[in-house]
Design a protein around this ligand. Structure first.
Ligand code: BG6
Length: 484
């Protein structure tokens, strides 16, 4: 179903995010027929390009970042027709007069701020000065949304000078992932799980986002950030919220965000003893496939920034009192895998004499990527005449298999989120108070290790993280699931 016609201005249109995600995503929506034929995409950046130059840039982005099934010459040519460009100075006067007349009346107007947060204020101000932003225009802003509570508040205040909260779309691309939305469907469209979804039945929850890539060319950004700011404060926090929140009364932007906010506010401070930070080692000098270490990647031999973090988190409310949430994320780990695993408690009494040595907990694993799906581990009788012996087996469901073709053609997070902006649906975007609450929780944790001037523990590239992370669970009599 096509969305309403729109004019989308992308500030920072010649940047990496536009090339990798925004332009390819818009093309895929065009290909699928969702982007109306008369919609316009206007690139705006400092680069001295004209419309033809920007179309070349977009054509390359599509060639490099769209799969072969959608590489269709005629469709690409038609999509490029919708593109225009203005060379513009975000902090000066150049280009703004030229941008204004390019926008049409009577269509949805959206501005994508794919630029450094330091420019948000300047752009917002000029959009108003030149009468480009209207009362129902939408703006899209990217993470990092601040680096602590203070900077996040300042950014919110800057945006609030010119835009109402209902016009601001703060992207956390994890919320656009199909399986992340599926978490809500699994929890709230089934009766099966919800009665068990509390500390009476759930022993603990593990949330893992493991990556195989290093920090690559993003060293200068990453070294000032680290895994806590780059991943936990936003992406893992969102996953935690969707798992822990109470049922919203309706699938409605504020109803959902109100419930997430309550979870964030219920998070307990995390003592440093419940945190393990790591930095990956390289494999230099070990053959031709050798890779650099974190310290080499960020070109800072004294860096104390973490490329891995594991922490134990408590949600202090009636539902979750006593059920720990273990979170971990890191780069250069053994495999690229993101999953949420909910481990249930023991049945209250065993009727099987021999079961003690073979009994294992029920675990519900929700795989976010790759091979999205769900897996419920249950106990059954081991086949054969040897008496009542138990064995654990998986009830495994891959969404791609279960849903056939539809399950394999899953839109990328960005394309879904951009279409939501055009539709005016804020459910999958972070509200200002949510972001601030997440920083209010993260700040003292980060300050804690900064004050201790502590170096993260080294871990091998291709491993499952630092050894101390194992201890974080071992000492509670639990184990991480293996990363594979
Ligand atoms: C980004 C982080 O927000 O998410 C990156 O800045 C990280 O460091 C990326 O690699 C992970 O996203 P995905 O979609 O590949 O899991």
């Amino acid at each position: 179903i096509p969305v309403d016609s729109f004019d989308l201005v992308i500030f920072g249109a010649t940047g990496d995010l536009a090339a990798r995600k925004v332009l390819p995503g818009l093309y895929r929506r065009f290909y699928s027929g969702q982007m109306p034929a008369d919609a316009r995409i206007i690139g705006a950046a400092r680069a001295d390009l004209d419309a033809a130059g920007f179309r070349d840039f977009a054509a390359r982005a599509i060639r490099d970042h769209v799969g072969p099934a959608k590489q269709d010459k005629a469709q690409i040519a038609a999509f490029l027709e919708a593109l225009d460009y203005v060379a513009l100075d975000a902090t000066g006067t150049q280009g703004w007069e030229e941008l204004a007349p390019k926008l049409r009346a009577g269509v949805v107007r959206a501005f994508y701020f794919s630029v450094a947060p330091a420019l948000f204020g300047d752009i917002a101000e000029r959009l108003h000065q030149h009468g480009i932003a209207t009362a129902d225009s939408r703006i899209v802003v990217e993470k990092p949304f601040g680096r602590d509570l203070e900077t996040a508040k300042a950014l919110n205040a800057t945006l609030a000078t010119h835009f109402a909260e209902s016009q601001i779309y703060r992207i956390d691309h994890y919320l656009g992932k199909e399986t992340v939305q599926n978490l809500m469907a699994v929890r709230f469209a089934n009766i099966l799980f919800e009665p068990l979804w509390n500390s009476q039945y759930v022993d603990h929850v593990q949330i893992t986002v493991a990556e195989t890539v290093g920090v690559g060319g993003r060293g200068s950004y990453y070294d000032k950030s680290g895994a806590m700011r780059d991943m936990v404060q936003n992406h893992l926090m969102q996953l935690l919220c969707l798992i822990a929140m109470e049922p919203p009364y309706h699938f409605d932007p504020d109803a959902v965000r109100d419930e997430k906010l309550k979870v964030i506010r219920a998070l307990q401070p995390v003592p440093q003893a419940d945190i393990v930070r790591g930095q990956y080692l390289g494999t230099r000098g070990r053959g031709k496939d050798s890779v650099s270490s974190y310290l080499e990647d960020v070109e800072n031999p004294d860096s104390r920034t973490e490329s891995y973090i594991a922490l134990k988190v408590h949600v202090a409310n009636w539902r979750w009192q006593g059920t720990p949430f273990y979170l971990r994320t890191g780069k250069r780990l053994r495999a690229r895998t993101s999953e949420i695993a909910i481990t249930f408690k023991q049945p209250p009494h065993s009727i099987f004499d021999d079961a003690a040595d073979t009994w294992q907990e029920n675990v519900l694993v929700i795989r976010l990527q790759p091979n999205e799906g769900m897996n419920l581990k249950v106990m059954i009788k081991e086949p054969g005449p040897g008496g009542m012996r138990l064995v654990q087996v998986p009830l495994d469901m891959s969404f791609a298999e279960a849903l056939g073709e539809e399950g394999t053609d899953i839109p990328d997070a960005y394309e879904r989120l951009i279409m939501d902006v055009i539709r005016g649906n804020q459910t999958l975007f972070m509200r200002g108070d949510e972001v601030e609450a997440a920083w209010a929780w993260a700040d003292p944790i980060i300050r804690g290790w900064e004050e201790r001037i502590e170096k993260p523990q080294a871990y091998d590239t291709g491993s499952s993280g630092p050894d101390d992370a194992l201890m974080l669970m071992h000492r509670d009599g639990r184990r991480w699931r293996s990363i594979h």
